[in-house]
Every structure is written in structure tokens, then in C-alpha cells.
Design a protein around this ligand. Structure first.
Ligand code: RB5
Length: 151
């Protein structure tokens, strides 16, 4: 599995610990930046990660901005991307079990690094339950007119 990892200046502080966590688990990571706390525009980095996931170039993505809201809005514009903004373990787990979320979004100004890493851990260790949830996620792209969802 390869994970696309991106942030803006508001999320930069969390990107390095997450990159290190992924490396410690042997999860390959494509870091698309940004690489400092200099002000940048979150849609640029959100779209880089969303495009990698939507195209199948990466199987998962992680996006971090200040609140997590901007990155969520951006990532969910692309077909096949199911981005989940999670600031607790429960929603991190449910985003995988019920929504098969393929992009995890975090707000670095909302939670600290300890909780963020627990959320990342939960998100990677939890599987999709399928069944009725598969029918429901298939309906998302169908009803939104985005065509056939990616397998
Ligand atoms: C940047 O100041 C901030 O607006 C951004 O990180 C994010 O929170 C946007 O939703």
C-alpha cells in the first residue's frame, strides 16, 4: 500500500510525526508537501493527494490542515475519494468500517500529536465491513453523477 501525504502550513507540525509513524509500520508514503510553516493554499496540496487516490496511484491518503475542514472539502470533490475528517477514535474506526474512507483528514489545530497518531493507527488497522455499507458507498458516486466508482 502506498499512502499520499499532504498538508498546508497549518498542518505541517503533524506531518512529520505521521510520516515517521508510517515508516515505522513499513507503510510506503508519497509526501507531496508542503514542507514548512510558510503560508500556502490548502487546495493545492489537498488536490495533489486527492488526485493520487482518485487515479489509483495511491491506495490511501492523509491530509492535514489547521481545522481539517478545507482539506475535506477539497478531497471529496474527486470521484472515488471518500475523505473523512476524524478527531476521535470512534469516528476514525467507523470511517473505515462503514464508509471505507480512503483519505483521513486531520486538523492540527484541533488535536495534538498523541491523539492524531492513535487515530492514524486505528484508521490503518480497521477494515471495511462491506455488505450493506458497500451498497451505500456505491450509491454516493452514482447519485452524485460521478459514474461508476473505482473498484
Ligand atoms: C490556514 O490558516 C487554515 O485556514 C487552513 O489550514 C485550514 O484550516 C482550512 O480549512
Amino acid at each position: 500500500m502506498e499512502v499520499a501525504l499532504g498538508c498546508d502550513h497549518g498542518g505541517y507540525a503533524l506531518k512529520e510525526p505521521i510520516r515517521q509513524y508510517l515508516a515505522s509500520k513499513g507503510i510506503s508514503c508519497r509526501d507531496v508537501g508542503t514542507d514548512s510553516e510558510d503560508s500556502v493554499d490548502y487546495p493545492v496540496y489537498g488536490m495533489k493527494v486527492a488526485q493520487l487516490v482518485s487515479s489509483g496511484g495511491c491506495q490511501r491518503g492523509i491530509l492535514i490542515c489547521g481545522s481539517g475542514i478545507g482539506m475535506s472539502i477539497v478531497a471529496n470533490r474527486l470521484a472515488g475519494v471518500r475523505a473523512a475528517l476524524c478527531h476521535d477514535i470512534y469516528t476514525a474506526r467507523l470511517s473505515r468500517q462503514h464508509n471505507d474512507a480512503n483519505v483521513l483528514v486531520l486538523g492540527a489545530r484541533v488535536i495534538g500529536p498523541g491523539l492524531a497518531l492513535e487515530i492514524v493507527k486505528t484508521w490503518f488497522e480497521t477494515g471495511f465491513e462491506g455488505g450493506r455499507h458497500k451498497r451505500r458507498i456505491d450509491l454516493i458516486d452514482k447519485l452524485a453523477g460521478k459514474g461508476k466508482p473505482k473498484a
